[in-house]
Design a protein around this ligand. Structure first.
Ligand code: ZN
Length: 67
């Protein structure tokens, strides 16, 4: 069984690489709301933290599929 918190810290560097790789070539469609917290915003996210949070969740979700 994998401890989620442990995995998170172990994969922090992997995640950074993933962010750098995926952040630019895949623009998200603008929906008028923050993808992370649903606040109204002109961009995809209302703030940088939300953007990172959302990417992180997406990343760890994709990691979980392997189990
Ligand atoms: Zn937000």
């Amino acid at each position: 069984m994998i401890d989620t918190i442990d995995v998170a810290s172990q994969n922090e560097e992997d995640f950074r690489q993933y962010l750098i790789k995926n952040h630019r070539d895949k623009p998200l469609p603008l929906i008028g709301r923050c993808y992370n917290c649903d606040d109204p915003t002109k961009g995809n996210f209302c703030c940088m933290e939300c953007g990172e949070d959302w990417e992180k969740r997406k990343y760890f979700k994709s990691q979980k599929i392997k189990e």
